[in-house]
Design a protein around this ligand. Structure first.
Ligand code: HEM
Ligand code: NAG
Ligand code: NAG
Ligand code: NAG
Ligand code: NAG
Length: 326
């Protein structure tokens, strides 16, 4: 009898996994609520596609896709948000708005980690990418420490950057396809300024950068010396999810060093060329790679919690949603 109960308790642990339509019965409106808020914001600001892609990447690469990136720092502890590479992640207010709307319809049901995943999917589709099906059922993490943030920097070689992806179970193809996220969005000059005049401390520009792009970036970055301006990562279709990024880097118009390295390094140049010449293939691969990104080290079943407020862990008195494991 006792053994029977132990087995019974174990079943949810064994079968718990992400599923397409995880909220079909617990919150049937979940996906349409996310879409309506994202759509509203996208109509006024197409740059939110970039915001969510980067937020999703940073969330999933630090402690898995568990919304740890959304936690605000407290006086006592600096959360992931307070770490250098996270400084310029944006879109937090839109996530809050989605959460408020979801809590009104389905309290304590839809995780913040799933909100990031769904908002990314919707924003990609609105920007011309595929409207792919994405699994849900992630739970929110209980840890967010600035010290845990260890993300690849923009001046790494392809092989160095790949070590970060391999550690998350991703392939070199996955990395090259995911860096296609740089088909939208911007980079602050501080992340690539050395390439314009003092590449790796050499005193001269990065010779791999197209001279006309360099001239343009010198103008952009030099214009307001007291702050840190931004430049588009994709010089042509800066707000569209398409394969232009790969065409740009093949033409030496990568803004970040890692972007340019991707086209030049013999390990990745073939993948880049293939993606540059197959727009539809890129769309499908990008969607598949985002689904794979969204599965990294997720919490499912009774792990973690469903946060009421994406910026804070539930108070101990609210932990009824923190299911007890048998
Ligand atoms: C080796 C891997 C990567 C490196 C070194 C890297 C580095 C960077 C850097 C330095 C920026 C500029 C940030 C700023 O100035 O605010 C940036 C922006 C961005 N990254 Fe990446 N990134 C990587 C992978 C990815 C991946 C996998 C995605 C998503 C699939 C992604 C999506 C973005 C987007 C959309 C932006 C623009 C953000 C905005 O406009 O607010 N990146 N990245
Ligand atoms: C939710 O509904 C969709 C569409 O009908 C279906 O494809 C999916 O398998 C369902 N998921 C679950 C977990 O019921
Ligand atoms: C994606 O597909 C769903 C289901 O067909 C649809 O309701 C939604 O409007 C589509 N999203 C976008 C951004 O087109
Ligand atoms: C910009 O992108 C459009 C649409 O993909 C393409 O037709 C055009 O050739 C591109 N222009 C440049 C200068 O890359
Ligand atoms: C807002 C924020 O978190 N800023 C921090 C980002 O990281 C840099 C460098 O680690 C810190 O100096 C900032 O305080």
């Amino acid at each position: 009898m006792k053994l029977f109960f132990i087995l019974l308790l174990c079943i949810p642990l064994i079968t718990a996994d992400l599923q397409i339509g995880f909220y079909n019965s617990s919150c049937p409106q979940a996906e349409s609520i996310v879409l309506s808020v994202v759509k509203k914001h996208f109509a006024g600001d197409r740059s939110i596609t970039a915001a969510f892609l980067r937020m999703h990447f940073h969330d999933c690469f630090v402690k898995g896709c568990d919304a740890s990136i959304l936690i605000d720092s407290t006086k006592k502890k600096k959360s992931e948000k307070a770490a250098g590479p996270n400084l310029t992640v944006r879109g937090f207010n839109i996530i809050d708005e989605v959460k408020t709307s979801l809590e009104a319809s389905c309290p304590s049901t839809v995780s913040c980690a799933d909100i990031i995943t769904l908002a990314t999917r919707d924003a990609v589709a609105l920007a011309g990418g595929l409207n792919y099906s994405v699994q849900t059922g992630r739970r929110d993490g209980l840890i967010s420490n600035a010290a845990d943030v260890n993300l690849p920097g923009p001046s790494l070689s392809v092989n160095q950057a790949f070590q970060f992806f391999a550690a998350k179970g991703l392939t070199l193809d996955d990395m090259v396809v995911l860096l296609g996220g740089h088909t939208v969005g911007v980079a602050h000059c501080s992340f690539f300024r050395d390439r314009l005049d003092n590449f790796q401390g050499s005193g001269v520009p990065d010779s791999t950068m197209d001279p006309s792009l360099r001239a343009q970036l010198v103008k952009t970055c030099g214009s307001r010396p007291n702050n840190d301006p931004t430049a588009f990562l994709d010089q042509n279709t800066s707000f569209l999810v398409d394969n232009q990024y790969y065409k740009q880097i093949l033409g030496n118009k990568g803004v970040l060093q890692i972007d340019q390295e991707l086209a030049l390094d013999s390990s990745s140049s073939g993948i880049v060329a293939a993606l540059a010449s197959d727009g539809n293939g890129f769309m499908k691969k990008f969607a598949d790679a985002l689904v794979k990104l969204g599965r990294i080290e997720v919490l499912v079943g009774g792990a973690g919690e469903i946060r009421k407020n994406c910026r804070a862990f539930n108070a101990p008195s609210l932990t009824s949603s923190r299911k007890q494991l048998g």
